[in-house]
Write a protein that binds this ligand. Structure first.
Ligand code: ZN
Length: 148
């Protein structure tokens, strides 16, 4: 299937989309050829990634169903949602030189993602997910009742 960046970006929350577009443009200015491999996954796709060892969690921001809960100072709680994208350099993917965690593209992706306010999976302690960038957001009014 040919790479369809527009289709990938269509899966993103508008805020994440605008940030991701800046990250991609910045990486291209650095001479890289960034390609979005994943934005959303179904529960079944994520379960398969976990089984294959490519992911460690079903609480992934690639899943539509993932939410976080943060207590507010007023005794209620905020619902946190998020978006994630896996980005590789089209010339390397995850193979060859890119199989090394210190491959320069991963460092460039991490630095650039952080520059635009995203979290980079390459900095995670237990499982370095070097292609992964994510952003969390709260846009709903705080709730004061338990979720059912
Ligand atoms: Zn990911």
């Amino acid at each position: 299937m040919p790479y369809d960046e527009t289709a990938m970006l269509r899966q993103c929350h508008p805020m994440f989309k605008s940030v991701l577009l800046r990250i991609l443009a910045d990486l291209r200015n650095q001479g890289w050829q960034p390609k979005i491999v994943y934005v959303k996954r179904t529960e079944a796709e994520q379960a398969e990634k976990v089984k294959q060892g490519y992911s460690r969690t079903m609480h992934s921001w690639h899943l539509e169903s993932t939410i976080g809960v943060l207590p507010t100072v007023h005794g209620g709680f905020d619902i946190v949602r998020g978006n994630a994208a896996d980005v590789v350099d089209a010339r390397y993917g995850w193979g060859g030189q890119a199989a090394r965690l210190d491959f320069p593209f991963w460092k460039a992706l991490g630095a650039t993602a952080k520059k635009y306010g995203c979290t980079w999976g390459g900095e995670w302690k237990s499982f370095k997910d070097v292609a992964h960038v994510q952003m969390l957001y709260i846009e709903e009014t705080p709730r004061h009742q338990a979720l059912v």
